[in-house]
Design a protein around this ligand. Structure first.
Ligand SMILES: NC(=O)c1ccc[n+]([C@@H]2O[C@H](COP(=O)([O-])OP(=O)(O)OC[C@H]3O[C@@H](n4cnc5c(N)ncnc54)[C@H](O)[C@@H]3O)[C@@H](O)[C@H]2O)c1
Length: 448
């Protein structure tokens, strides 16, 4: 099939490349000329494991094209996927300016060739009702264009996006008629040979599946963080509590890791969008609000522990903090809403110097943090001369460091581990002062 992906970001690029991989002819459109230039030269603008190879292969076999020209991109497309960003606006609502902008571009382009039938799909995460608004907007602007509308939320995770897209747990599609449902069954057939389901449903429910899923996962993270904070207050160990709790099959173990809370481009904005949808409809959603607040508080709480540790030494002014990890999670260069950036901003505001390292997100973080923090190319170099190390992303690279080398690099052997990467006894045995989340770090911490 001939597909056009509108927006060549994390979702548009990964899904475009994967659809090309199963034999479709895919055009990726973006307004960002630099991104498209780089992709045309086979250079991937984002870090996503496995994406470079697939990109190269599908460009070589002629199934993947990149353009900034909407008219050309839409002209021959059978299916158009809108994959543009839907960031939060100042009130927490999803800002739909990119989605509606894409709808206007589509209407303009298709008006010139209204005869062919197309399917226009909203893949961006959008508030319930948006896909039908897109339909109506295109219909009003281009009444002669023949098209079906659909919603097809995306569930891939950055860092594992290729695998998630190629072997999805489920595919969800919202449609207005059976023919469109059948089109999606054919398109996704190669991806669900593992027997996983394609759920074809009405458009409003399909839009809601995405918000309900992300909001639920965010809830799990805020929940375990709340339990970790109680563990800290009472001297229990969240690592043991987690084990004991997660062995219950009804609970499971995924997304129940205590730490600095969730970040990234999805959970924060999608939880806020649910809160905004509730407000708009007059439906109380206090649980969603609490999930969001707990998440924000988790970062503040962790920073307060850093500050209070330095209080007797004159505070953070003039001190140096090393940070391991800038990305919002491992295996991505995405720093949107990353806890590390919040902590670094707070450290800088408190007068500390910052030396940071991330295996891949250094460049994207530099654009966000500005010149005030030093971003180093080596994790031990970042630690050199620092008054403490803060671990802010659970990259594999940080899981088994050379503790001798780390101790020698740091000015004082003090670690604030926001990701609970190490065993407290082992760190103490190596002479570190080790402060983590929800676990007693010294025998005296355990309340009798
Ligand atoms: N990133 C994820 O992990 C993820 C996962 C599932 C769903 N989603 C959802 O998918 C959507 C896209 O997210 P993303 O992270 O890929 O966004 P992104 O910001 O990485 O990419 C969006 C791209 O769209 C382009 N764009 C904007 N308007 C355009 C237009 N009119 N024509 C062509 N290009 C245009 C931008 O230049 C940008 O490159 C969001 O709604 C998001 O919530 C994201």
């Amino acid at each position: 099939m001939r597909l056009t992906m509108v927006g060549t970001g994390y979702v548009g690029l990964v899904t475009g490349v994967c659809f090309a991989g199963t034999g479709n002819d895919v055009t990726c459109l973006d307004l960002d000329a630099r991104k498209i230039d780089s992709l045309r030269q086979g250079r991937c603008p984002i870090y996503e494991p496995g994406l470079d190879e697939l990109l190269e292969r599908n460009i070589k076999n002629g199934r993947l094209h990149f353009t900034t020209d909407p008219a050309g991109a839409y002209r021959d497309a059978e299916i158009i996927f809108i994959c543009v960003g839907t960031p939060s606006d100042a009130t927490g609502h999803a800002d739909l300016k990119y989605v509606m902008g894409a709808a206007d571009d589509i209407a303009r382009a298709l008006q010139k060739d209204p005869s062919s039938h197309r399917t226009i799909v909203v893949k961006s995460t959008v508030p319930v009702g948006t896909t039908l608004k897109v339909r109506d907007r295109i219909r009003a602007a281009a009444p002669n264009v023949r098209f079906a509308i659909a919603n097809n939320p995306e569930f891939l995770k950055e860092g594992d996006a290729i695998n998630d897209f190629n072997k999805p747990d489920r595919v969800v599609v919202g449609v207005e008629n059976e023919q469109t449902g059948d089109l999606f069954r054919r398109l996704y057939d190669p991806f669900v040979r593992n027997g996983h389901p394609i759920y074809v449903m009405d458009i409003l429910s399909s839009e809601m599946v995405k918000y309900a899923s992300n909001n639920f996962l965010a809830t799990k993270i805020s929940f375990i963080n709340e339990m970790a904070n109680l563990c800290e207050a009472y001297g229990a160990d969240i690592a043991k509590v987690r084990e004991g709790m997660c062995a219950d099959k009804r609970i499971g173990s995924q997304f129940l890791y205590p730490g600095l809370g969730y970040g990234g481009s999805c959970f924060p904005k999608d939880t806020l969008a649910c809160i905004a949808m509730g407000k708009q409809a007059g439906v109380p959603v206090p649980l969603s609000s609490a999930v969001h607040e707990t998440n924000q508080r988790q970062r503040d709480r962790f920073f307060a522990r850093i500050e209070s540790r330095f209080a007797s030494a004159g505070g953070l002014r003039g001190k140096t903090l090393a940070f391991w990890g800038l990305a919002f999670k491992p295996r991505t260069d995405d720093v949107r809403e990353a806890p590390a950036l919040t902590l670094i901003a707070k450290a800088l505001a408190a007068g500390a110097s910052v030396r940071a390292f991330d295996p891949v997100a250094g460049e994207t973080a530099r654009a966000e943090i500005g010149p005030d923090a030093a971003i180093l190319a080596d994790m031990y170099e970042a630690a050199r001369g620092s008054d403490a190390l803060v671990i802010s992303t659970d990259w594999d690279d940080f899981k088994s460091p050379d503790l001798g080398r780390l101790g020698a690099a740091l000015k004082s052997k003090l670690i604030f581990d926001g990701r609970n990467l190490y065993r407290p006894e082992e760190m103490i045995g190596h002479g570190f002062e080790y402060i983590c989340v929800g676990r007693p770090v010294a025998p005296g911490d355990r309340k009798s």
